[in-house]
Design a protein around this ligand. Sequence first.
Ligand code: FE2
Ligand code: FE2
Length: 277
Amino acid sequence: MSLSSTPDGVSVAPRHLTFDVADDLKTLWFGNDVFRTAFFNALSLQFPEGEQQFIDAVRLYRDRIDDPKLAAEIRGFIGQEALHSREHRHYNEALKARQYDVDAIDRRFNRHMKWVKKLPPSRQLAGTCGAEHYTAVLANAILRHPEWMDDAAPTMRRLWRWHAIEETEHKSVAFDVYRHCVGNERLRRVVFLFVTFNFFKFTFLNTCSLLKSEGKLWSVSTWLGGLNFLWGKPGVLRACVPEILAYFRKDFHPWQQDNRRLLEASLSELDVNGTRA
Ligand SMILES: [Fe+2]
Ligand SMILES: [Fe+2]
């Protein structure tokens, strides 16, 4: 039996897409809304280094995988994350046009990632599984609720949906490697607590840094609007909570959330024919 649990009909391979977002990123690209724009930019600022760490953690174990299907998916996973990292690096570089102090934000996150890289391999891989759970849950929400991004700039919307599609496709790859090579369920769940703390910490700090540059850090209406977006209507974060918590179940597996149909529908909308590697 294969070690891979990626279901039939899902393949993990990078699409060589590029996104020209430089002009959009000079603007409040998400509906001219300062909080929503800052929140998504805050996520993007964690991706290049974060995704490189996902690749590095899986590489620590790839020699132990002799199952051809999972080995091929590891290659696909590395390719997808490398391209996400590249596109978000361009994205983050373009943010400098709005006078954001991207370098200071990078330095703060880099200090954290240096600490992560010193952890034992099993914890690095458990951390990757936890972080991949966050990306998979957010990806599912973005794909399931296209209307949330209706007033985002079209190229930005397309970039986020491309990323969400590929996060969904490869959501069980690191998990399958962990299950086979480490398999410690307690460690998986304990590390998830740390991942959760750090994910929210850096998303919050980055959002604050960006709002500060916009002169809106102390704007009550900005924060109330943001709170409404995350927790009220549409409640982007609130909608994700049950799925986030599912990770604590002993028998959790990423494909218990079987969103293959959503993936198929999203792929046909993205129109990526001929761009597959
Ligand atoms: Fe990614
Ligand atoms: Fe990922």
